[in-house]
Design a protein around this ligand. Structure first.
Ligand SMILES: [Zn+2]
Length: 72
């Protein structure tokens, strides 16, 4: 058995586009903007540029606003 706990610091972190908090990817939902639609990449198989948002309603609800603001 390999003790993986010593690798905890290597868990990739991403920033939520809405609240700008840094979290590990397991606490975030990846999504892509495809033809002006927000597509949640739940299976993590979308090749397009991905963005991350907190797995929380208060951030998810603001994605549309964020997309409009940034004209993606
Ligand atoms: Zn957030």
């Amino acid at each position: 058995m390999v003790n993986r706990s010593s690798h905890a610091a290597h868990i990739p972190q991403r920033t939520c586009v809405v609240c700008r908090r840094k979290k590990s990817v397991s606490e975030l939902i990846r999504f892509a903007i495809i033809k002006n639609n927000v597509i949640f990449d739940l299976k993590r198989n979308i090749q397009d540029r991905g963005y991350y948002v907190c797995d929380e309603n208060k951030c998810i609800k603001k994605i549309d606003k964020w997309v409009k603001k940034h004209k993606i």
